[in-house]
Design a binder for this molecule. Sequence first.
Ligand SMILES: Cc1cc2nc3c(=O)[nH]c(=O)nc-3n(C[C@H](O)[C@H](O)[C@H](O)COP(=O)(O)OP(=O)(O)OC[C@H]3O[C@@H](n4cnc5c(N)ncnc54)[C@H](O)[C@@H]3O)c2cc1C
Length: 392
Amino acid sequence: MKADQFQAPDYYNLDDLLSDEHKMVRDAAREWVKREVSPIIEEAAQKAEFPKQIINGLAEIGAFGPYIPEEYGCAGLDQISYGLIMQEIERGDSGVRSTASVQSSLVMYPIFKYGTEEQKKKYLPKLASGEMMGCFGLTEPDHGSNPSGMTTTFKDNGDHYLLNGAKMWISNAPFADIAVVWAKNEEGRIYGLIVERGMEGFTTPETHNKWSLRASATGELVFNNVKVPKENLMPEKSGLGAPLGCLDSARYGIAWGAIGAAMDCYDTALRYAKEREQFGKPIASFQLQQKKLAEMITEITKAQLLAWRLGVMRNEGTATSAQISMAKRNNVEMAINIAREARQILGGMGITGEYSIMRHSMNLESVITYEGTHDIHLLITGADITGIPAFQ
Ligand SMILES: Cc1cc2nc3c(=O)[nH]c(=O)nc-3n(C[C@H](O)[C@H](O)[C@H](O)COP(=O)(O)OP(=O)(O)OC[C@H]3O[C@@H](n4cnc5c(N)ncnc54)[C@H](O)[C@@H]3O)c2cc1C
């Protein structure tokens, strides 16, 4: 793969909206991605392997639970810092960002928000340092966009719960030490349970043959009469709102992350277009190529403003789930369109692993589907503005 020459586009001087701390956090993540992710990611994706050696580095740049307080071993940063870290990591690879998103928003967030003090003390510091890795089990074979139909259940069995069912498409599952699992109790109420690797009856078969997010490990979670200690139930929130609260946090991170992938594709295409000559001139001098590049930077700039404003509202605690849906949907579509156009600017070279664009393009096919599909986010906006849900 080519040396990483990334220059981040900032057409509207968004840096002026960031604090010194934001820029410090962002620059540290950017440098780390350049040093530790760029040189190894293409090979990891080609081999379809999660590069475990980067876990410590992810922890060091604060990518695990960045907005959780320092008393639990986390960085205690604000939401914009969290977004900027996700942007930089996804600039490297959406699969690596997925690992960090799951750990932060889907494992640490529910423990922090819905867990007991004992659970927070037991798990959060180890998850922050990367000593322990987690995954999040919501999707089931027959329940994807409609998780409320889930059939995974737990029942009271004296001093423990008995958990039965299966989850699929679970990021980090093959190597996770713990799983935050959403299941219904005997009354049909959804709760989150912390299931630990090694519990009898709990297995995590890996999902193979993915053409997308190849550097992220995906698997199933299978529960066959798993005895889960009662103290592993997260008691502070139940119902579908509990997992949806986690998804809000993760979708917010994706809205920023997608900008990173788009920035990398744009920057690569711009550099290539200025260097590559055809008909005796750089291809950047042709109007058709300029149109592509000009539209890309326009869309990136709009997405950056959307993410930044959403970050301000997240810091204030006023961002609604529907506002988060809009940003996730818009920014991922923006990135996937830019990846496709950028690939064309590179001609034949665009399909090779010499450049990151094709990998981003394939990765974004998962990003546009997980954490709520593109269609579902549109329906969320539709329901929000009309007051009429059109899901059924
Ligand atoms: C690589 C990868 C990693 C993932 N990681 C995780 C994870 O860590 N944890 C986890 O729990 N899940 C994870 N997922 C699952 C992901 O969230 C689901 O794939 C997603 O929610 C969609 O569910 P589905 O695949 O079952 O599609 P379906 O729900 O079957 O949807 C299929 C199509 O129908 C459309 N559709 C569905 N309902 C409606 C409707 N009412 N109106 C109009 N159109 C509709 C959808 O938009 C979609 O286009 C991951 C998925 C992938 C691909």
